[in-house]
Design a binder for this molecule. Structure first.
Ligand code: NI
Length: 171
C-alpha cells in the first residue's frame, strides 16, 4: 500500500524515533510496514525513505537506487534494496563533502549539505540479521540523511549556508 509522506512541519518528523525491539524482527506487522514503505519509496521516485516520513516513529529506513535511472545525480552506482533497522554509524577520517540534497518531505527543494565523507555502519535487517560495512560515496550520504530522520533532523537543519536552499525547478 502506498502511504502519504509527511512533510516538513509535521510532528512525526521532529521527534527521536524508538528502536525496533528484538521480538518485532520477522513479525507480520514489521513485514507489512516494510512492504508499505517499499511501495511508497518506489512510487515516490526517491532513493531512501525513513519510517517517520510515513508517520511511524521507529528506527527503520529503506535505501534503494539504480544510478543509471536517476538523472539528477551522476555516478552514484546502484544499491539493491536495503532494509536498515536500528542503524549505528561511526565516521572515518575527517574528510567532508558538499552535496545538493533533496528530501521527499520537502518536495521540489534542494540544499547543499556538508557531511562527513566516510563512515562505518551496522544495522539489522527485518529478520534480525546484523549487517555491517563501510562506505565513502553516495550510500554514506543517503544513510546519514535518512538516519537524521530517525533523530528528528531534516537536512536544512544541517545546512551551513541557507542561501543554498533552492527550488529544484528554477529557470
Ligand atoms: Ni529525507
Amino acid at each position: 500500500m502506498i502511504l502519504p509522506i509527511y512533510k516538513m512541519g509535521s510532528e512525526c518528523l521532529k521527534i527521536v524515533s524508538t528502536e525496533v525491539e528484538p521480538d518485532e524482527f520477522g513479525s507480520e506487522p514489521l513485514d507489512q510496514l516494510i512492504q508499505n514503505m517499499h511501495e511508497t519509496l518506489i512510487d515516490s521516485g526517491g532513493v531512501g525513505l525513513a519510517a517517520p516520513q510515513i508517520g511511524v516513529n521507529k528506527r527503520i529506513l529503506l535505501i534503494e537506487y539504480t544510478g543509471s535511472k536517476i538523472t539528477r545525480y551522476s555516478d552514484i552506482g546502484d544499491c539493491a534494496l536495503k532494509v536498515i533497522i536500528n542503524p549505528k554509524i561511526e565516521f572515518i577520517g575527517n574528510e567532508y563533502t558538499a552535496f545538493n540534497e533533496g528530501c521527499l518531505s520537502l518536495p521540489n527543494l534542494r540544499g547543499e549539505v556538508i557531511r562527513p565523507k566516510a563512515l562505518k555502519y551496522s544495522y539489522y535487517d527485518q529478520f534480525g540479521k546484523q549487517h555491517s560495512g563501510e562506505d565513502n560515496a553516495f550510500f554514506a550520504r543517503v544513510l546519514q540523511h535518512e538516519l537524521d530522520h530517525l533523530d528528528g533532523i531534516l537536512y536544512p537543519m544541517r545546512m551551513h549556508d541557507i542561501s543554498k536552499l533552492s527550488y529544484a525547478d528554477i529557470i
